[in-house]
Ligand binder design. Structure first.
Ligand code: HAM
Length: 492
């Protein structure tokens, strides 16, 4: 007995040694392959010196097969969300009387500098700029508002009856630090109303934002609102604000101190604990509004109460773009842990048209970040767009049948019936399996004999019955049968 125990022990020990050796070898191998990969990468590393390519994935010659940093492909699997977004935006914009406008992705750099302001993050560090072959300094649009205002003036919309409501949607570019929900190429959907300064339009713009989110299945919507007055009325306030920040200069981190003189209101936007502590005691724009702006803000709040939109007044809300006057607002949602996710924002830009050389024209608008809307839709498991399902499937067997089915497919599709096929799938069995997976009502089959006779078998997938008819009559026959099936399904 004791002897057997000894042998078992010996065997286990041997097993352990073998295992260790295998592990050691594997480790050594891994090390070698790591070294080789590193060598290959180092050899190819020269193709990009900036931070645009973060990981060195598959390398084919000098091309890194990956998107540049902060940019993404929108793959087929996500398209149902994008389609749902497009559908809802199209519907809501028409309902509220907006006309669609699309502007170029590239504009003169000066357009954005003038609109957004020189001392803002977007202009200082996030604008993608380059010289065109003409020598013009151009930029990828970091937002849509400046272009909408440019187009409004350029196309003489000033003379049209007011208000003018414009809806826009498309990609925008900011050389921001990529992170969760923050990309360098992202997409915005934007609503702007030109020509009215009544606070009822501010309320309507916020109502549209709310309505869009509800239609997308997004809940727990919160608005933060503030009024920052007109550019004229802000002058006095800015003096006070500068004086306050100067008195607290030593408490602000070094890198933000310059902002005291260049753009003190932007300090409210900085997400830094020390800045936030200093900001907590800062004078607030809302306390220094001119009489009209105060009245305007009061009216807005009354309209919001009437609409029963949930909002909080945030006296520190200033927004990161310099063109805003009076109303500013941000839209966010709270998740199950209470964390807030910002989805959109906007406000009045009553002085921007005039700043661009147009007639004085009050305006209000906002933009949603579409990428963030989609993240939220996924989080709350909101409804995606559902493609219409085909009701007919066309199966074929043999090369002659394949040729004949090409034209029949086109005839059915042109008659307005959604039809599917799988010309590439070999056996009839595989094709029929695919047809039943699609859940079609009718399957048309052209086999070798049918191809010679110019006929087609029509199989009713609900009753299981089938009939052979001439190819000429196929479309009319299919239409009639589909109608009958629809009636039958309704009756059930
Ligand atoms: P914004 O707040 O700069 O406003 O951008 C609007 C929305 O775009 C944000 O609320 C956010 O959802 C999304 N967004 C911003 N940066 C990023 C990013 N790096 N990655 C992903 N999403 C982002 C404007 O752009 C104004 N033009 C809105 C407006 C229209 N004001 C008046 N009319």
């Amino acid at each position: 007995m004791a002897r057997r125990k000894k042998t078992t022990k010996k065997v286990t020990k041997k097993k352990k040694v073998v295992k260790k050796t295998i592990k050691k070898r594997a480790k050594r191998k891994k090390g070698v392959s790591k070294k080789i990969t590193k060598k290959v990468l180092e050899k190819n590393i020269n193709f990009s010196k900036g931070d645009d390519v973060v990981q060195y994935g598959a390398i084919n010659g000098q091309i890194a097969l990956q998107t540049v940093r902060g940019m993404r492909d929108i793959l087929p699997g996500d398209q149902a969300y994008w389609q749902q977004i497009r559908k809802i935006f199209e519907k809501r914009s028409v309902e509220y009387g907006f006309s669609r406008i699309d502007t170029p992705v590239i504009e003169l750099e000066s357009l954005f500098i003038k609109a957004i302001g020189e001392n803002t993050d977007i202009i200082n560090s996030e604008l993608y700029t380059f010289s065109a072959k003409s020598g013009d300094k151009v930029a990828l649009r970091p937002e849509l508002t400046a272009s909408a205002v440019r187009a409004y003036i350029q196309h003489g919309m000033t003379i049209l009856p007011k208000p003018i409501k414009l809806f826009s949607m498309g990609p925008v570019y900011r050389y921001d630090k990529p992170g969760e929900g923050r990309y360098r190429e992202f997409h915005q959907a934007e609503f702007n109303i030109f020509g009215e300064d009544d606070a009822i339009l501010d309320a309507q713009i916020m109502q549209i934002a709310h309505r869009v989110l509800k239609s997308l299945g997004i809940k727990n919507i919160q608005f933060r609102v503030n009024s920052i007055g007109t550019i004229e009325s802000r002058k006095e306030y800015l003096k006070l604000l500068k004086a306050y920040f100067r008195s607290k200069k030593s408490k602000l981190p070094l890198k933000y101190r310059d902002m005291i003189d260049t753009n003190p209101m932007r300090i409210f936007d900085v997400k830094d604990d020390k800045c936030m502590q200093v900001c907590a005691g800062a004078p607030q724009a809302i306390d220094y509004l001119d009489k009209e702006s105060r009245e305007h803000f009061k009216n807005l709040l009354e309209y919001l109460d009437e609409l029963e939109l949930i909002y909080t007044i945030d006296p520190h809300l200033v927004r990161g773009l310099d063109y805003y006057t009076r109303t500013v607002f941000e839209i966010s949602v709270a998740d199950e842990h209470g964390a807030k996710h910002s989805l959109g924002g906007g406000g009045r830009f009553d002085e921007l048209v005039e700043l661009f050389g147009g007639e004085p024209t009050p305006a209000i608008g906002f933009a949603f970040g579409i990428d963030r809307l989609i993240t939220e839709m996924k989080r709350v498991k909101a409804k995606k767009y559902k493609e219409s399902q085909p009701r007919v499937f066309l199966a074929q067997l043999g090369s002659l049948a394949k040729k004949k089915s090409l034209q029949l497919f086109a005839d059915i599709e042109q008659s307005g019936i959604l039809v599917a096929e799988s010309f590439g799938r070999g056996t009839l069995k595989a094709q029929l399996r695919y047809a039943s997976k699609l859940g079609v009502d009718l399957t048309l089959i052209i086999g070798q004999q049918e191809a010679l006779d110019d006929t087609v078998i029509v199989k009713n997938m609900i009753t299981g019955t089938q009939e052979t008819i001439t190819k000429k009559k196929a479309v009319a026959f299919v239409k009639k049968n589909l109608k009958e099936i629809s009636k039958l399904v309704k009756r059930k």
